[in-house]
Design a binder for this molecule. Structure first.
Ligand code: SAH
Length: 259
């Protein structure tokens, strides 16, 4: 890739994506949680229309494909992730029914009332939880499902340090009852809600990040921005260890109903 004429922001993004591209998943989660959420989705036939938005390199897409017969379109805005996903799909021999697509979740290439299932793990925050719920609803058939994971507060009050961190990173983080209310208000039936266990963070995310860091360290040796990025990643992990009683990831499964 040619880095000439790229803004610092673009370079930054490319660097961050390089870091995450060696990982099986780019956010907290696990195959067990993906399957648990899938267990709440009824009536998926072989002809079901399924999309995975903000799929990353497709860790959860492959888990879904192993348990669903239908075709899956996996969409992400970062082309390198989609390349890796399509390569992995071939590796699993899923290339006929799992297709990675470069695109943006705020401008989806689908028809209204077309989809049976919209999946999105750790990605809806990119357009915001409520906006995602509202905008994606039209693509679902009535009775179609939405399964998304999102960060949640576990308590009404929390220490200033962690509150400030999230207000800066993603101020739309909210308590689970408020998030369920948003699901209800935007035209869905809340079907199930469950919190990710700690191993989704420690074993499936932070431990994988530590491995990714080894490669990254070589790739970006002497790069100041990369150093800063690694420090910020370590800070995120420290915060989780210290404040995990106050926040975490929640899976929300909901069904589109007529308003
Ligand atoms: N679902 C994956 C990846 C989560 S990370 C997992 O759980 O492992 C969030 C993903 O959202 C990243 O892959 C990022 O490239 C993607 N993303 C960010 N903005 C996006 C947008 N506007 N449209 C589509 N994908 C986006």
């Amino acid at each position: 890739m040619n880095n000439e004429n790229k803004s610092i922001h673009d370079f930054d993004l490319q660097m961050i994506c390089n870091f995450f591209s060696t990982m099986e998943r780019q956010g907290p989660g696990s195959p067990e949680m993906t399957l648990k959420a899938l267990g709440f989705v009824d009536h998926l036939t072989k002809n079901a229309r399924i999309v995975d938005l903000g799929c990353g390199t497709g860790g959860q897409t492959m888990t879904l494909a192993q348990h669903i017969e239908a075709n899956i379109i996996a969409l992400d805005s970062f082309p390198d992730f989609i390349k890796i996903l399509n390569r992995n799909a071939q590796g699993f021999n899923f290339q006929e029914r799992v297709k990675g697509l470069v695109g943006s979740m705020d401008n989806l290439p689908f028809q209204e009332n077309e989809l049976d299932l919209i999946w999105s793990e750790g990605a809806i925050y990119n357009i915001g939880f409520e906006r995602g719920l509202k905008e994606w609803r039209k693509y679902l058939k009535t009775g179609g499902y939405l399964a998304v994971s999102e960060s949640s507060w576990f308590t009404d009050k929390r220490p200033t340090e962690i509150n400030n961190y999230w207000m800066d990173a993603y101020p739309e983080i909210d308590t689970i009852p408020h998030q369920v209310a948003k699901i209800h208000q935007t035209g869905y039936l809340p079907v199930a809600t469950f919190i990710f266990p700690e191993n989704c963070w420690t074993e499936h995310y932070f431990a994988q990040k530590a491995l990714a860091e080894q490669t990254f360290r070589h790739q970006y040796a002497g790069n100041k921005m990369a150093e800063e990025f690694m420090l910020s990643q370590r800070y995120e992990e420290e915060l989780y260890a210290k404040y995990k009683a106050f926040y975490g990831y929640t899976f929300f499964i909901a069904k589109k109903i007529d308003l």
